[in-house]
Design a protein around this ligand. Structure first.
Ligand code: GLN
Length: 456
């Protein structure tokens, strides 16, 4: 009741949710009954989880923030949601996002603009802005987001919460509406690192419904965290941290820069060695990402034809029905991505754009691997600035894309990364959170969570 009341009271200002579940109380009562019957409870019993609206929830609207899916209620749960429910978690509602995850401020939602709880005139980041805002304002306990190029980490940074992007393949994508399938991953937002570990443990693992999900063993991240001895003076002794040179100073807000350097000093006090590392290919990430993500999306979004799901326009013949449904169903950012992607994939341009971007992706993967051979964890800001004003970048897509510079490389390399609050930027009367990004080796989320837990 306290969460539902708080959700409703704040929702008028925040607009984090596209849908609030009508069954929260009866779902909770089922858990109560289990307690009365002395039945065993799952580790998420009664935990209220908000779910980004591009993740399918059975019987509940799932629109991906797009008019083309208006009215769509999937008959099935995404695997991550199914697992949460099996462990006792309760879906409290569906959160707002940039349409199909395409955006960095949640302003590209077809339905509403979400506000940042720290300053209502600012964006919560995106595309998982609703999920980050809801956790930050305590409208739910934890939430699921998706991260194709930073959509869990950058909103976590803007809203002052923890955001975890797992290794590609760690979590099943079944039921996550595809944006760019080679980059997409479901991630966790929470108020503490330990909670992110519990949620990740709940949703991870191989799934026969997603051929790219990994068969690697899922270690118990929670026991790794609780094994930490908080009384030790140098608990991280021997840990090698690489500060990515290309992510500091130039093009980064001065106060963000200082917060990250202060975080590095704090890690040093905890016993880590700090080395500056150079990733010369870092700046190639942004153009490669936008070509690959747009290309994959142009193919993935072909399924929204007005026949199979959601919005269906009227027309005299079939081609007209496709055209009208897509013309009225998709927003302008999505249309732009489809156009860019189709262009990059078309005969005569494929070698110059798509193929080159794939080659760049391999170079980026190799340079991260080399840096992670020398370092346990790499650190950087999660975004070059703190949360900006609503409307500030909507008319300048390139400025919006440039804000993703810190996060996209991690998706291209398929690596896990944890973002956690590390300080503030003061702007006028606003105190705006800054997020530190920790990047680890593939499938080494355990180390990130352990270090993050000690750091916070
Ligand atoms: N802002 C990036 C984009 O628009 C990343 C989005 C995401 O991770 N879903 O593509």
């Amino acid at each position: 009741d306290s969460y539902l009341n708080r959700l409703r009271a704040l929702e008028h200002h925040l607009k984090s949710f596209l849908h609030v579940s009508e069954t929260v109380r009866s779902d909770a009562r089922e858990i109560d009954d289990k307690i009365l019957r002395n039945e065993e409870l799952g580790p998420l019993a009664g935990v209220l989880v908000a779910v980004k609206d591009n993740i399918c929830t059975a019987g509940m609207p799932s629109t991906a923030g797009s008019r083309i899916l208006d009215g769509y209620r999937p008959p099935f749960d995404a695997t991550a949601v199914k697992k949460i429910k099996e462990l006792g978690g309760i879906v409290i509602g569906k959160t707002n996002l940039d349409e199909f995850g395409m955006g960095s401020s949640t302003e590209a939602s077809a339905f509403q603009v979400t506000a940042n709880p720290w300053d209502l005139s600012r964006v919560p980041g995106g595309s998982s802005g609703g999920s980050a805002s809801a956790v930050s304002a305590r409208q739910c306990v934890v939430s699921l987001g998706s991260d194709t190029g930073g959509s869990v980490r950058q909103p976590a940074s803007f809203c002052g919460v923890v955001g975890l992007k797992p290794t590609y393949g760690r979590v099943s994508r079944f039921g996550l509406m595809a944006y760019a399938s080679s980059l997409d991953v479901i991630g966790c937002l929470s108020t503490t690192v330990a909670d992110a570990g519990i949620l990740l443990h709940a949703i991870s693992g191989h799934d026969t419904l997603d051929a790219t999900s990994s068969k690697r063993e899922v270690s118990d991240f929670t026991s790794q965290i609780s094994a930490v001895d908080s009384f030790e003076s140098k608990p991280l002794k021997g840990l090698r941290i690489g500060l990515i040179r290309e992510t500091l100073d130039k093009g980064v807000d001065g106060q963000v820069n200082s917060a990250i350097r202060a975080a590095a000093s704090h890690l040093e006090e905890l016993g880590c060695s700090i080395n500056e590392v150079s990733l010369p290919s870092f700046s190639l990430g942004l153009p490669a990402y936008y070509i690959l993500a747009s290309s994959e999306s142009s193919s993935n979004l072909a399924r929204y034809d007005g026949v199979r799901y959601g919005n269906q326009a009227t027309a005299d013949e079939l081609t007209g029905l496709y055209e009208n449904s897509r013309a009225t169903g998709f927003g302008s950012e999505v249309k732009m991505r489809i156009l860019m992607g189709t262009y990059a994939l078309s005969a005569g341009y494929y070698d110059a754009y798509y193929k080159r971007a794939q080659q760049v992706r391999t170079i980026i993967q190799k340079s991260f691997r080399a840096a992670l051979d020398e370092n346990d964890i790499l650190i950087s800001p999660a975004a070059p600035s703190a949360a900006y004003k609503i409307g500030e970048k909507v008319d300048d897509p390139l400025a919006m894309y440039a804000g993703d510079i810190m996060t996209v490389n991690v998706n291209l390399a398929g690596l896990p990364a944890l973002v956690l609050p590390c300080g503030f930027v003061q702007d006028g009367s606003s105190n705006l959170p800054v997020g530190l990004q920790m990047i680890g080796a593939a499938f080494d989320e355990g180390k990130l969570l352990k270090v993050g837990h000690i750091f916070e």
